[in-house]
Ligand binder design. Structure first.
Ligand SMILES: Cc1cc2nc3c(=O)[nH]c(=O)nc-3n(C[C@H](O)[C@H](O)[C@H](O)COP(=O)(O)OP(=O)(O)OC[C@H]3O[C@@H](n4cnc5c(N)ncnc54)[C@H](O)[C@@H]3O)c2cc1C
Length: 397
């Protein structure tokens, strides 16, 4: 394993800039020399090797967003998202294994968790326990607040029943943040939705067989079936019924930034691969990189990657200044994921027939990129959200 200085926070605005640059540089080498070469193993076994999960733990990657007091390095959002972009260059499974914990679950805990909950769960997350986030159900995805999973108070406990669908990491996770309704009525502000911090080995939880997917091998998803799952009342996030939806939505901000950054990293990797191929492959007696129509595809990809890079820097800086970035995080996620789709498509085109063969990376990049436009808010749902806020703002003028 390459030597990496595990970060510790040095300033109120995140890690000291020099230390962070050193860390990022070391991480870049870890991605290049360790994670990318391990991709064939991840694809073959459809899981991240335990040894690498152990290394990621040792490198402190599971505690990047955890406050120092609970053992983490408390990176600013700008720094954290830059880390995700670097990880995004390697197979998406590496990002998935840690980012559900460092992104959505940690954010929800930091936003509404009680001190006792933070003490217990943030410490565990930071120590490297794998986390899952259970919002989607068979009959509710985009319409997240329409969930059916029930949590009923019974003395000092809650009893959970329902089914969660497509839950990333669930076959490996020790920790689950599970959204369930605590009221049969749909309440204003979606106050019928609560969130529960659940040990995934609690009796009554069954994890389905991992779903076969189009891409992103090693990033496992499965159903989570909850049958009379009894959790203590202290598992209710914020110890307040109805805080779940707001927490989940808040958690989706860094989640969407993370997806955007992952898409950006993948687009950069794919473009690097495309440039190399274009200079090596010959047609009509010369490298295809000499042809202007190939150059146009390379240049368009570079332009769009640069635009996503600027959006990422802007939205994360705004978030670190305390601005509400709901709209801009959605905009970045939409742009970066759609951009990534266009870049990987061009790279397949640059590869020609080889781009269609499983033997070459271009084909895998194309498949891996597709989900970025769907999860954590489809492009359409985010368009609606952006427009809703624009129109609301206009009406208030
Ligand atoms: C690989 C993978 C990993 C995932 N990981 C997780 C996870 O860890 N946790 C979790 O909770 N969920 C997870 N999901 C679920 C994911 O977030 C949902 O699939 C996604 O939000 C879309 O929901 P849906 O599949 O129910 O689609 P639907 O909501 O059924 O949407 C279908 C289509 O209709 C469109 N649509 C829906 N409503 C509208 C509207 N009002 N206007 C216009 N168009 C609309 C959508 O944009 C989409 O194109 C994962 C999914 C996948 C495939």
């Amino acid at each position: 394993m390459p030597e990496i200085t595990v970060p510790t926070k040095a300033t109120a605005a995140g890690m000291d800039a020099d230390l962070f640059d050193t860390f990022l540089d070391q991480l870049r080498r870890y991605v290049r020399d360790r994670l990318i070469p391990a991709e064939p193993e991840v694809i073959e076994a459809n899981r991240v090797p335990d040894e690498i999960i152990g290394e990621m733990r040792d490198l402190g990657l599971f505690g990047l967003t955890t406050p120092e007091v609970y053992g983490g390095s408390d990176l600013s959002l700008t720094q954290y998202i830059r880390v995700i972009r670097e990880l995004g260059r390697a197979a998406p499974a590496f990002r998935a294994i840690m980012a559900i914990g460092t992104g959505m679950v940690t954010t929800a805990l930091k936003t509404v968790g009680t001190e006792a909950q933070k003490q217990e769960w943030l410490t565990r997350l930071c120590g490297g326990e794998i986390a899952s986030f259970g919002l989607t159900e068979p009959d509710s995805g985009s319409d997240a607040a329409g969930l059916k999973t029930r949590a009923v108070r019974d003395g000092g406990d809650y009893v959970l029943n329902g089914t969660k669908r497509y839950i990333t990491n669930s076959p490996l996770a020790g920790i689950g943040l599970i959204m369930a309704r605590t009221s049969t009525e749909n309440l204003p502000g979606n106050k019928h939705v609560s969130a529960f911090l659940v040990n995934m080995n609690t009796p009554g939880i069954t994890i389905g067989k991992p779903d076969a997917k189009m891409g992103q091998r090693g990033a496992l998803i499965a159903d989570v079936i909850l049958e009379d799952v009894r959790v203590p009342a202290s598992a209710l996030l914020g110890e307040e019924e109805g805080a779940g939806f707001a927490a989940a939505m808040k958690a989706l901000d860094p989640g969407r930034l993370s997806v955007g950054a992952g898409a950006l990293g993948l687009a950069e990797r794919a473009l690097d691969t495309g440039i190399r191929y274009a200079t090596e492959r010959k047609a009509f007696g010369e490298p295809i990189a000499n042809f202007q129509l190939i150059q146009a595809m390379l240049a368009d990809s570079e332009i769009e990657i640069y635009a996503a890079e600027c959006m990422m820097a802007d939205v994360t800086a705004r978030a670190d200044r305390g601005e509400n970035v709901l709209r801009k995080a959605a905009a970045f996620k939409v742009f970066a994921s759609e951009m990534c789709g266009r870049v990987v498509d061009r790279v397949v085109q640059i590869y020609g027939g080889a781009g269609y063969l499983a033997e070459y990376d271009a084909e895998r990049f194309f498949r891996d990129a597709r989900i970025y436009r769907i999860y954590e808010g489809t492009t359409q749902i985010l368009q609606l959200q952006i427009a809703k806020h624009m129109l609301r703002e206009f009406a208030a003028l």
